[in-house]
Write a protein of this length. Sequence first.
Length: 283
Amino acid sequence: MFRTQRQSSDRGFKKFSAIFSVCVLAVLLVSCLAILNKYDFDVRKAMGGDPVTTTQPVSQQTSLPQMQADKTYFFWCADSETKQLCFAWLVNFRLPETAVSVCALSPEMLLSDSGETLASVLKKSGENEAVRRLEQLVGYPIDGYIGADDEDFRAMINYFGGMDITVPEQIEYRGDEFTVILVKGKQNLKADSLYKYLRYLGTLGSRGKKLQSAALFEMFDRVFRPENLEKRSRYFSKLSNTLKTNLSIVDFSAAEEGIKVFMQNGIKDRNTVDSPQEIKTEK
């Protein structure tokens, strides 16, 4: 069969084009397979989009590390002008039970047969001597103290945006030093109202001490929350820079795992005791 020179050239060009196209497609296919393999055959991710992920439900209950801790601390607040003790607590934290025992202390609690009170020793000799005398009285070591005057107490409470406190009954108290007017029920008390409320409870005797302990538990509930877990270092920094304490960054680091357990799980076992000696026996 005879063809012109042009017809032969066209046929050769078409054959070359077909072979070239097949080669290009083969190269593209291999490249695509390589790219998909790199991204685990996730087309969306390979094209530069957000990968499709699947989430598994996470249990809300956090398992408790089997760590041991038994620490007792002295908390107090004094008037910034008179230096007179307003209210105070001894608090014991225990793990693995995630238990807290609280004893509200009367400022007039006797620390010696000579008639020296907690308030007089704290005012005259300072917090270190007050802790030493408390240890002699209760018969067990106190691992640290955190104290404040009323101005620093207010600053710390305002830092947390107030505290959600349950007021058991309507209060209309007008004293010589302060006035408290509060409605009954759970409410967010800002710093000044909470300070005056705790001072008012100190006028009610043994019942007031129990309510002071209940208020402190509610303050702990504001701090020991899972959402505060990543803020724990910031909280300690604020506390150490605002309040009086002998707890150092080394003490905080040593106790950090225990603090995390309380923040993750809250306080599981709550004990309010009438005397400081009972803190170590209420387990």
